[in-house]
Write a protein that binds this ligand. Sequence first.
Ligand code: SAH
Length: 283
Amino acid sequence: MCLAAACASASSPARRLSPSTALPRRFLHSLLGAPTRPSPPPPPLLRRCFKFYHMAQYWTQPSLDRNKALVEYLKQYGAVRTDKVAEVMETIDRALFVPEGTPYVDSPMPIGFNATISAPHMHATCLELLKDHLQPGMHALDVGSGSGYLTACFAMMVGPEGRAVGIEHIPEIVASSIENVQRSAAAPLLRDGSLSFHVTDGRLGFPDAAPYDAIHVGAAAPEIPQPLLDQLKPGGRMVIPVGTYFQDLQVVDKNTDGSISIQNDASVRYVPLTSRSAQLQDP
Ligand code: SAH
């Protein structure tokens, strides 16, 4: 589900659980130009007209403009901090990865099979944490790749000389992630093979393209799976939610001598990294 609740920076280990309902409202206000300070309400009929006018303005914008507005909001909110992350999130249109619902609201959305595409602020947070390990030519692994959105971003960042691998254990989700990417700006990378998706148990990683400069895990593990640590390159970084009910987004750095350093970035709420049967049983 990736219902992330916080976006603290890696250097700040303080836990913040912000109310997830507050974000969409602030987001809508920033998009629709709603007043930040309340003014006296207009009469009901006029009120409905204003609302329709603002909504019409918003919904008739072309899709990519609305995606850009989402990234603009994430910049104001502090989740997008660099041009590099803004650029990739503007290039990969979130609407192509959200099968139903409102793609440009800062909230997770269902993608079927008890899975969700993560909230945009969580995508931004993970991209910011990993950006130095997503340079052109580098190798990236996205575990629990779901909609394929982040894998596509990784592929754009590492480019055709690099490798971006998405692994996911539900075959139907993998099939739709491939369709999503085929309609996106990352399609040429899928065709040339520098971006690929595979049906497999993410807890085992994907040794074929290891070692990885960057590993992202999109579902919460009770503890960091050893195969993922083994497949991380010295100097590489993994971002992984760890825990069951209470989860921390951990930033795991493998030092050049092979030792491991771990920092807690934020308290989060993700679906579990689990077996296929356990995931499909959960309501
Ligand atoms: N980053 C993705 C997150 C999808 S939700 C996105 O934003 O679209 C997490 C995904 O992890 C789900 O699609 C779920 O099916 C997958 N998952 C859970 N356990 C897994 C496992 N053991 N192996 C592979 N994928 C797993």
